[in-house]
Design a protein around this ligand. Structure first.
Ligand SMILES: [Zn+2]
Length: 479
């Protein structure tokens, strides 16, 4: 029986899976074979038949990357706006004063989603956790893109705002966020039932400081009941750390632990401002131990924080504590290889030690780490029985050469440029380097128009009435 079987024959390089050592390994001159959505064979000298044979000469074959934290419906419209701003009196965060200023409409969200999904696929990402607000057409766009997605509709009980640029206030919903959770559950159930078969749900209380304990507990119970992951933004800013201490006399992680919300099903994004972070100057250092002992996971998204001067300290220390780390892009660029580069380099910078973490460690986080945070062992590795989520890299691309170590060439030098073909569930979604399922260029054009529309409303939303030019000055003066 050869029906629907694809044989990538004698690839120069394959990143295979050593089951005994539980690690990725290089194979040379190896075959990868899949039938439909499932991998049949990874190794040398396959002796079967196949309907489609791909010559593996000049290729590296690797597992698809897993982005466990991203906001495709929102973030792309902030390009050129948010990279170099932050509230001076709120520890440089953009969350409170800046984010609410740029509000997108339905068409902005659609365009942004298509742009982000195109970029993710073109960077070899095959699984995505999409934290968005529920909107019409959201699940269909995820399905159309061909990516494997966890739809994580965000819900909460409050919105934050600042009346003056130095104070953070919360406006609480009368129902404590119950209707918001109910709507999210309906979306999650619709994702799980979607005809494409590649969508799953995730419960995502938006932020630790915008949810009541009841909302957090009820949503975690709903996640357990459905067997789904649960993800929350926590320890993502100094302001938030201080707010939870002000309310409860505990650190954010300590408070979640006390509510029994940490554990293998929980993903904490971004878990940067734990009690050991130097900026907090906190007397006790117990948060990492709490995370590690509970089996909780973190979503590590280094780029967006690094560009406003914030650093997770540090990757190696989290690993030593037993925390499972997955990688997320969070914002633009939606490029998982670029995110791996940031994660690798910043881990070394944060310790001043070239040996503290390796590109192999970060690649593991971006593949099996992500899979573990999602409670799966059938993605993030090339092994028989796993999903056929496969990336073909052009190992002859000049940016990959000299090709002594393809993973290092990819992450430190080439980035997404040599990504040639991407398969999700055995279906080709990137062909010859370009996304095959969506119109990337048209979406980018629509997004630009949508951004202009959103910027027109900045002054009326800002507490001081400042307009977009004042809030987001260009990098160079206009002559
Ligand atoms: Zn986020």
């Amino acid at each position: 029986m050869t029906s629907g079987r694809t044989w990538i024959k004698r690839a120069d390089w394959v990143i295979g899976w050593d089951a005994a050592g539980e690690r990725h390994v290089y194979l040379t001159g190896a075959d990868v074979v899949f039938t439909g959505a499932t991998i049949d064979f990874v190794g040398r000298d396959y002796d079967g038949q196949a309907e489609t044979v791909i010559d593996g000469a000049g290729l590296m074959v690797m597992p698809g990357l897993i982005d466990i934290h991203s906001h495709p419906s929102d973030e792309p419209k902030s390009k050129g706006l948010f990279e170099e701003v932050g509230s001076r009196l709120l520890h440089n965060t953009t969350l409170i004063e800046y984010m609410p200023l740029v509000r997108g409409d339905q068409s902005a969200a659609e365009a942004a989603g298509a742009v982000a999904l195109s970029e993710l696929l073109q960077s070899g990402c095959t699984t995505l956790a999409d934290l968005s607000m529920t909107r019409p057409g959201w699940l269909d766009l995820l399905a159309e893109s061909g990516i494997r997605a966890y739809a994580a509709p965000m819900f909460r009980a409050a919105r934050w705002y600042t009346p003056n640029g130095h104070e953070v206030l919360y406006e609480w919903a009368e129902d404590g966020g119950r209707s918001s959770l109910a709507e999210a559950l309906a979306t999650v159930d619709a994702a799980e039932a979607h005809a494409c078969g590649r969508l799953k749900g995730m419960l995502a209380p938006a932020q630790i400081d915008t949810c009541t304990p009841e909302l957090l507990k009820n949503s975690a119970a709903a996640a357990r009941e459905r067997g789904l992951p649960w993800q929350i933004h926590a320890s993502q800013s100094v302001v938030e750390f201080r707010e939870i201490v002000r309310r409860h006399g505990r650190t954010p992680v300590e408070w979640l632990d006390g509510l029994d919300l940490l554990g293998p099903g929980a993903i904490i994004a971004h878990a940067i401002f734990l009690d050991h972070h130097p900026w907090l100057h906190w007397p006790d250092h117990d948060d990492l131990r709490r995370l590690g002992e509970s089996g909780a996971n973190i979503a590590h998204c280094p780029n967006i924080f690094a560009r406003r001067g914030m650093l997770l300290t540090d990757f190696a220390r989290y690993r030593k504590a037993g925390v499972t780390i997955g990688i997320g892009t969070d914002s633009f660029p939606h490029n998982m290889i670029d995110e791996m580069r940031w994660a690798t380099v910043l881990a070394k910078v944060s310790t001043g030690d070239v040996h503290s973490i390796s590109v192999a460690d970060v690649f593991a986080a971006a593949t099996i780490g992500g899979a573990r945070t999602l409670g799966r062992d059938d993605i993030g590795r090339l092994a028989p029985g796993c999903r056929a989520d496969i990336v073909l890299i052009d190992a002859t691309h000049p940016a990959m050469r000299p090709l002594r170590d393809p993973l290092r060439s990819l992450v430190f030098s080439a980035l997404e440029r040599p990504v040639r073909e991407v398969y999700v569930d055995g279906r080709r979604v990137v062909a010859d380097g370009a996304v095959a399922t969506l119109d990337y260029a048209a979406a980018a054009e629509r997004l630009e128009v949508a951004q202009k529309r959103a910027l027109a409303g900045v002054a009326e939303r800002d507490w001081a009435g400042r307009d977009a030019d004042e809030m987001f000055p260009l990098s160079l003066p206009m002559a």
